[in-house]
Design a protein around this ligand. Structure first.
Ligand SMILES: C[S@@+](CC[C@H](N)C(=O)[O-])C[C@H]1O[C@@H](n2cnc3c(N)ncnc32)[C@H](O)[C@@H]1O
Length: 367
């Protein structure tokens, strides 16, 4: 459903009030200045959104995306009045809603303008507690820095990947189940589309992303058949690509043979690993002591990146076999809150099968 009808991209006048409430540095027009603060990754795509009207059907509708591990996220971030939380993956606004309902202020981001439009309409009535920005979460340090802020965050949430709504829309080209253009960009202004990758990248590069990002064992064979076919005719649609992949990988079980190839492509198109690594690398600079970082991943590669990052930064000492004794860890920033990743309960998986592959990991900034 298309819910955007009016002038959405306007600076939020009410946000200055929020800055005072949040006890953020006053006098600099902090939040008012955000509309001009786009720098670095995602530059040029930053927008501050206004809120929709209660008559808008999107406000009532929750079909956009069902949030996973909602209760666990609330427990991890302990949203409360006076806390400032960053939701880097607003999506349909499900998690943000819970954070707002518990009294927190939320700085929310999404690189997909449709998500911003939808969520801000759903969250109408809570606008004094929230600012929604169209931006890549990798650029959140630039945004806070431009606004003259330091370590002001009580929590950061990253719920990675795509929303159900993005997958369901054939014209976004994420799905092999619905025929559409080979696009897969979460940010529709992004420079790289899936068609460009499939039609222009070398056979080796294709094999690498299918294997590394998709975990596809037949990656080389798939890359080879793609390169051969595109010499005759470039790929334009998701169905076309899925059919060619299907000639190499036999269908076993309920999942489409193209699942892993499509995942690898999507991750490459959106530089998902680059964005995750950039956000992880700087998160500790922006969290207050005691502030928490919560990340929900959906496949083993991103989970491994998060797990290793959290481990590396949560040990007081480092030990190597070649050293006579352990040494202090210069990058000791966090306390591990989740030793093992938190996964969805059987009830949640039944209600929302997408939660099956979700893992939540949480760390806390040391004082
Ligand atoms: C899994 S959905 C989030 C769902 C959300 N937590 C909810 O409750 O509805 C992921 C969202 O994050 C966005 N996203 C993914 N990577 C992003 C990035 N690097 N920067 C900004 N948004 C991103 C996607 O566009 C999508 O809307």
């Amino acid at each position: 459903m298309l819910c955007y009808t009016g002038h959405l991209w306007q600076p939020l006048r009410g946000s200055l009030r929020w800055a005072h409430l949040a006890h953020l540095p006053a006098g600099s027009g902090v939040w008012g200045d955000l509309s001009g603060a786009a720098t670095g990754r995602g530059a040029g795509s930053l927008r501050v959104s206004s809120f929709g009207s209660t008559e808008d059907p999107c406000v009532q509708d929750t079909s956009y995306h069902t949030p996973v591990l909602e209760k666990e996220v609330v427990e991890a971030l302990a949203p409360a009045e006076g806390k400032l939380l960053l939701d880097g993956t607003l999506g349909g606004g499900g998690h943000t809603r819970r954070l707002l309902e518990n009294g927190a202020w939320v700085l929310a981001m999404d690189q997909d303008p449709e998500a911003i439009e939808w969520a801000t309409r759903r969250l109408e009535g809570m606008e004094d507690q929230m600012i929604a920005l169209r931006a890549n979460f990798a650029s959140f340090p630039d945004i806070l820095r431009e606004a003259g802020l330091g370590p002001v965050l009580d929590g950061i949430l990253l719920d990675l990947g795509v929303s159900s709504h993005q997958l369901d829309q054939a014209e976004r080209g994420f799905s092999f189940m619905r025929d559409g253009p080979l696009d897969m960009r979460m940010d529709p202004d992004g420079l790289l589309s899936a068609a460009a990758v499939v039609n222009q990248w070398t056979e080796e590069e294709l094999a690498r992303i299918f294997y590394e990002y998709g975990g596809e064992k037949a990656s080389r064979r798939v890359a080879k058949v793609i390169v051969k076919r595109r010499e005759e005719r470039p790929f334009e649609t998701t169905a076309d690509l899925a059919a060619v992949v299907g000639t190499v990988i036999p269908k076993r079980g309920p999942a489409s043979p193209a699942t892993r190839v499509f995942q690898g492509l999507r991750i490459a198109v959106n530089d998902e690993m680059g964005a995750l690594e950039a956000a992880l690398a700087s998160a500790h600079h922006w969290l207050k002591p005691g502030g928490r970082l919560a990340v929900i991943t959906f496949h083993s590669l991103e989970d491994r990146i998060v797990k290793q990052h959290f481990r590396r930064h949560s040990g007081a000492e480092i030990d190597r076999p070649e050293w006579p004794a352990p040494r202090p860890n210069p990058d000791y920033h966090y306390r591990l809150i989740t030793r093992k990743g938190i996964t969805a309960s059987p009830e949640e998986i039944k209600r929302n099968p997408r939660s099956r592959s979700a893992t939540l990991r949480v760390v806390e900034r040391l004082g």
